[in-house]
Ligand binder design. Structure first.
Ligand code: C2E
Ligand code: CA
Ligand code: CA
Length: 744
């Protein structure tokens, strides 16, 4: 992601600009009166300490354009009936499906009571609120808007922190490449602000490594966001704020962090390599816990920087293509694995692209000419796509594009080859053939994805040079498939096609079994096993998850009781709880019933909630957790590490255990930065007095690394795959006899 997407773009709103930009609210209504009365009712209003500014649209078409032009709209107050009776509802669909604005909160308003949208629409399109205009008194409007903005802010912060972590991880891997340092630094800014609960704003200034220091006269700004935009790549002296300049300079000189009233400056990196100083202002005084978090975070980023200075060169040689400085096949495979592990596979497309007649051209006009063509193609692809799309070259004249399917629309990609490429002093037409697949279509890892995509490419080459393989036919079917799936799931519910498997969890130091996690399995209508990552989101969306979850909970408790009866008294059972389930008013009752019916000891039941869930509705979630804990049941935070910023908040939530996301475990030995993130998590957990369990442990090497970092519990294929209930009991018996020395 280019650094400048971190910037807040408004501040041109006419409202006095304070430290924080205003919330933008779009009023879409064909009646001028409504615009005026809304603005009047909300004049001078501040929400979460920030003013509100308005955009005005008088038709759905106008609103759509405004949303395209302004990517920071928090809430739309949307009239249902405008140029057509359903113009508003159609716009809702456009917002969610076409523009993919998932954070934007929608408040529907209607003058005609007859035009109420169906409840399905409200749920499926995540509509915040629905009001008749007559009901919108000034006070109501105020509360409605406050609730919507609060919710937008939370969604937005989660997204920002995820982006921050992603940037750090990616940036560190590419630190030696030209863009690497800037991305890494932008990630650090986002991340630190997320820890502090602020929008990304601040500066990072870096010195050169010592071997280059003689030639460069002064430190440069490597990343700038918020009010500092425009300073990137400038020398330190270009910073207008004298106090900021001074703080940065003394931080770099002595490599120490400093905290003043509302400004902080943090030192990253020590002594030998690149030293960076991060400057953030407009900070509330930090409490001790937050300050400790920030410090731990910095020391780990420093370690990461130091190592990268050393290993970067080696690494970029292994992962980058030397001719074009593009990521190579190995790096692509790694990135596919990473995105899959993060659960991004669902809408990610891998598109391979091979130049037509390249070898003939190469032979006829010489290798130098061939290289020029490759450079021109590479430049055009890189210039056109931005993160999260990755452009790689996997070999010779085959390039790869990896990214969200929407960004890689085949028409757009083909378009790039309709204009000739500048080669030597002239121009050259180059056409390409495509082959691709959606990552969710493959079972194995990244290298299998690349292999399968190559097969599609070969097929396309053989049959229709200059065309593309048929991967894209399915995209339109996604929606229909979803509806079919809900139907099939509902049908499966009463039978035993939905069942649980159990995956053991162990202590790393002595191999003792501590319990298991219950994982759902669905044998679909054709007898095939459908992975939970596919059907659980659908079940959540349709509300079926509540029923499914209730059964899961009961079945898991029953299994736990059976295992205890088989002679494993301390055995604990972990059950995944999804957001929709957790939110459901009957949830606590269901939990109580499950405990009572099975006779499980509550202390041996653990509920896993995901980190993003814990962030979404802090007050509500912490209230429910408190009740759960009063019942004696423990709580683990799943997929930990994918939304770092919640750490300070987690401290307040009374959870017992963090589960390190399997994406981090998988990357542990591969990359210094990933290892360092795991290390950070473990250290932080220790500070917060939480147990840590690593999931997805597949190799002895990972287990050893984790042990050395102080992680004591693990779950993963190394120990066992998830297995049906009967196998679990058998497995436990066998283990008891043989002992379990996995990590020496
Ligand atoms: P999760 O809670 O993060 O579950 C761990 C997933 O990692 C499981 O995938 C498990 O089979 C897999 N796994 C375990 N060890 C390894 C390993 O060593 N390497 C690798 N590569 N993977 C490993 P599964 O069973 O496909 O579940 C996927 C997700 O579906 C779960 O992620 C969870 O979010 C959701 N899920 C599963 N069962 C339930 C359920 O009963 N209720 C709810 N709400 N969600 C569930
Ligand atoms: Ca889990
Ligand atoms: Ca997990």
């Amino acid at each position: 992601m280019p650094v400048d997407t971190l910037l807040f773009q408004d501040e041109d709103t006419g409202t006095p600009v304070g430290r924080l930009p205003s919330w933008r609210v779009l009023i879409a209504d064909d009646e001028t009166d409504v615009h005026e009365s809304t603005v009047f009712a909300l004049r001078g209003l501040e929400i979460l300490g920030r003013p509100v500014s308005f955009l005005h649209a008088y038709s759905a078409a106008e609103a759509r354009q405004l949303l395209i032009d302004n990517d920071d709209v928090a809430v739309i107050l949307l009239d249902v009936v405008m140029e057509r009776v359903d113009a508003g509802l159609e716009l809702v669909r456009v917002i969610r499906e076409e523009l993919r604005l998932t954070d934007l909160r929608i408040v529907l308003r209607t003058g005609q009571p007859g035009y109420a949208p169906e409840m399905d629409v409200v749920r499926d399109y995540d509509i915040n609120d629905y009001k008749a205009k007559a009901d919108l008194t000034q006070a109501r409007l105020y509360t409605t808007l406050t609730a919507a903005i609060r919710s937008y802010n939370q969604l937005h912060r989660i997204a920002a922190s995820r982006r921050g972590l992603d940037l750090i991880v990616r940036g560190s891997a590419e630190l030696m490449a030209e863009r690497g340092l800037a991305e890494f630094a932008a990630g650090v800014i986002t991340q630190i602000n997320a820890l502090l609960g602020l929008p990304p704003a601040g500066l990072i200034v870096a010195t050169d490594p010592p071997d280059a220091r003689q030639t460069s006269t002064q430190p440069t700004v490597v990343a700038a966001a918020g009010a500092f935009e425009g300073l990137a790549s400038q020398p330190l002296d270009a910073i207008a704020d004298a106090q900021a300049r001074e703080m940065l300079r003394s931080c770099l000189a002595g490599c120490h962090s400093a905290f003043s009233d509302d400004r902080i400056v943090l030192c990253l990196g020590a002594g030998q390599g690149t030293v960076m100083a991060v400057y953030v202002d407009g900070v509330d005084p930090l409490d001790d816990a937050t300050r400790a978090l920030v410090e731990v975070f910095c020391s780990n980023v420093s370690a990461c920087l130091a190592n990268l200075d050393l290993f970067g060169r080696l690494k970029s040689a292994a992962y980058a293509d030397t001719l074009l400085s593009l990521p190579n096949r190995a790096r692509l495979v790694q990135e596919i694995d990473r995105r899959r592990a993060r659960g991004e596979a669902d809408d990610t497309l891998l598109l391979l692209l091979n130049l037509d007649h390249f070898s003939e051209t190469n032979e006829a006009l010489g290798h130098q000419y061939g290289d020029e063509i490759l450079r021109a193609v590479s430049a055009r692809l890189v210039g056109h796509f931005e993160a999260p799309v990755m452009v790689a070259r996997i070999h010779g004249d085959t390039f790869a594009l990896l990214g969200p399917v929407d960004a890689l629309d085949i028409e757009t990609v083909s378009q790039l080859f309709r204009v000739p490429f500048p080669v030597e002093d002239g121009e050259q037409m180059v056409t390409a053939t495509f082959g691709g697949l959606m990552l969710r279509e493959i079972e194995g890892g990244g290298s299998e994805a690349v292999k399968n995509a190559s097969i599609a490419l070969k097929r396309a080459k053989a049959t229709r040079r200059g065309g593309l393989a048929r991967y894209d036919r399915r995209m339109g079917e996604v929606v229909r498939a979803r509806v079919d799936m809900v139907r099939a799931l509902r049908a499966a519910l009463p039978g035993d096609d939905l069942f649980l498997c159990f995956q053991p969890q162990v202590r790393l130091d002595n191999g003792r079994i501590i319990g298991a996690e219950a994982l759902l399995r669905w044998r679909g209508p054709e007898g095939e096993l459908i992975p939970p990552d596919r059907f659980i989101p659908v079940a959540e969306h349709s509300g079926l998850i509540v029923d499914i979850g209730r059964r899961t909970l009961r079945a898991a408790c029953a299994c736990q009781v059976a295992v205890v009866a088989a002679g494993f008294p301390g055995f604990r059972m972990a059950v995944n709880i999804s957001l929709a389930q957790f939110r459901h008013p009957g949830f606590l009752g269901d939990l109580r019933d499950a405990i009572k019916e099975s006779g499980i000891r509550p202390g041996q039941l653990e509920l896993e909630i995901t980190e993003s869930m814990a962030m979404l509705e802090p007050d509500y979630v912490s209230e429910v957790i408190r009740t759960i804990k009063r019942m004696g049941v423990s709580v683990a935070v799943d997929d930990f590490g994918t939304g770092f910023s919640s750490l300070a908040y987690l401290q307040r939530l009374d959870v017992d255990r963090l589960k390190i996301d399997r994406g981090f475990t998988a990357a542990l030995a591969r990359s210094v930065s990933d290892g360092s993130i795991v290390h950070t998590i473990i250290q932080l957990a220790r500070n917060l007095d939480l147990t840590v369990i690593a999931e997805g442990v597949e190799t002895v090497e990972q287990a050893k690394l984790l042990t050395s970092m102080g992680c004591r519990e693990a779950q993963g294929f190394l120990i066992a795959r998830p297995m049906p209930r009967d196998d679990l009991t058998r497995w436990l018996m066998e283990r008891r006899e043989t002992g379990w020395p996995v990590v020496a």
